[in-house]
Design a protein around this ligand. Structure first.
Ligand code: ZN
Length: 467
């Protein structure tokens, strides 16, 4: 009986912790599928502690910020909480431009600008600052900040590799004590630099004293950190990595290193993997054509349409789940994901992960010899899918590729089915397909290519569901 009780306790514990872990990471997306998409991720620790708010990408061409914020979003918190906004300036990031509707880091004032396109985002950002105990605004900047002039790139006028504050002392109402930001900042930077071997990449702590009336940095009085310090008296840091670092990976690494040391300084406990940064790539993009047909294509594919056919991007399948956009060039928004396009003229569309181009497709008119339909027999019943469509079958269905609508003799090649003479007119079951050739070797999705005299002219996916 005791043993059973013990097991029961373990099971209850596992269930509770699963429940717990499911609840501790919450992501909300506002203004979805627009140029102002705003994702807010909340990670709550098991133990109570301060809440750190991190803004990534307030300037769209400062990739160290928004790329590292995404890595930070995978943190497990033991004590304290994180609120992360990985892409503050979404349109800026997509275009790799510092700003689109003016500098977002100069809009943290009490003035309301209801006609500013960024207005609704600004309202939410200010609201988030009111929830925080500590705040970091991430940036990249040219050169390397140094207290004394060393060279053109290393001097007091450069912003890169610095941790900037607006004042040296604050009385934190939330923590109910006076905080000596100068000594806190210097301590953080000493801890950071102790872990950077290359002294050329060392950080500098920089108190700009922008809250003083005779500051040289008057403009900073409209910034997010100034807002955080003066309205809520919370420690607020501008974190700048250098644009002159040799790689994006290094910018991400340094951003995360400083954030870790800030978390440690304020007693947050966490587990963060900082070595994960995969190159973004597109697996395929899914469209809905004329509100019914599913089409899935790789990059560099022409999608053939009739005038007035409608098409909309429905799903971007990539190794990243966030920060993906679809932009039909010279049409509507920067992010046209889920916008229905009625085909009138040839257009090109780009698929991006943040600012990084990961693919393109072209909408073009049907040619005389284009494939419009592919005929397939499933369990002796003939069905059809559009070119680049999806054949959805069950694992014990038998299918046979027949031909295409224009009767040309094509060569069909199912990746994962071994037959040199082409794979049409043969009864095949999912068990005949080799799993190792399926998407991610999972055995659910197989790819079929269609050739006309060795030229690739079409294809489709076979999607297999277990029941
Ligand atoms: Zn910036």
């Amino acid at each position: 009986m005791i043993i059973i009780m013990k097991q029961f306790k373990i099971i209850v514990f596992i269930i509770l912790s699963l429940f717990f872990f499911n609840k501790i990471i919450k992501a909300e997306i506002h203004f979805k599928n627009t140029d102002f998409e705003l994702e807010i991720i909340r990670i709550n620790g098991k133990e109570k502690g301060p809440t750190l708010l991190v803004f990534g990408g307030i300037h769209g061409d400062e990739e160290g910020g928004y790329s590292s914020a995404e890595v930070l979003a995978k943190t497990i918190m033991y004590k304290g909480n994180l609120i992360i906004v990985p892409r503050v300036n979404y349109a800026g990031i997509m275009h790799y431009r510092r700003e689109i509707y003016g500098d977002m880091n100069r809009k943290f004032t009490d003035k309301e600008y209801p006609n500013d396109p960024d207005h609704k985002v600004m309202v939410m950002l200010k609201e988030l600052i009111s929830e925080a105990d500590i705040f970091i605004n991430q940036h990249d900047a040219f050169g390397f900040h140094r207290k004394k002039y060393i060279s053109k790139s290393y001097n007091p006028f450069r912003y890169g590799q610095s941790l900037i504050v607006d004042t040296g002392k604050i009385f934190s109402k939330k923590l109910n004590k006076e905080l000596n930001i100068d000594s806190i900042g210097n301590r953080i930077i000493n801890n950071v630099n102790a872990e950077i071997k290359n002294s050329k990449h060392h950080f500098c702590f920089w108190n700009q004293n922008s809250i003083s009336t005779n500051t040289k940095f008057k403009d900073m009085q409209k910034s997010a950190t100034y807002y955080a310090v003066t309205r809520y008296s919370i420690p607020a840091f501008g974190l700048e990595t250098s644009k002159n670092l040799p790689s994006s990976k290094l910018k991400i690494k340094y951003q995360l290193l400083v954030i870790k040391k800030i978390m440690e300084e304020f007693g947050l406990e966490y587990k963060l993997k900082t070595d994960r940064f995969d190159k973004p790539s597109l697996y395929w993009i899914e469209f809905i054509k004329n509100s019914k047909d599913i089409i899935r294509v790789n990059s560099n594919t022409n999608i053939r349409l009739n005038i007035n056919d409608t098409i909309k991007a429905n799903k971007i399948h990539s190794n990243y789940g966030m920060g993906l956009s679809f932009d039909i060039l010279n049409w509507k928004n920067s992010n046209d994901f889920n916008n229905e396009y009625s085909f009138t003229q040839e257009r090109t569309a780009f698929i991006r992960k943040n600012h990084i181009f990961i693919g393109k497709v072209r909408f073009k008119k049907f040619k005389k010899d284009s494939i419009r339909k592919i005929f397939i027999e499933v369990n002796n019943k003939t069905t059809s899918i559009p070119n680049w469509g999806v054949l959805k079958i069950k694992s014990n269905d038998i299918f046979k590729i027949l031909n295409c609508d224009n009767k040309t003799k094509y060569y069909f090649d199912i990746r994962g089915y071994n037959n040199r003479k082409g794979d049409s007119k043969i009864a095949i079951s999912s068990k005949d397909l080799l799993k190792k050739y399926s998407f991610k070797r999972e055995g659910n999705i197989y790819f079929v290519k269609i050739y006309n005299k060795s030229i690739l002219i079409g294809g489709f996916q076979i999607e297999i569901s277990s029941k």
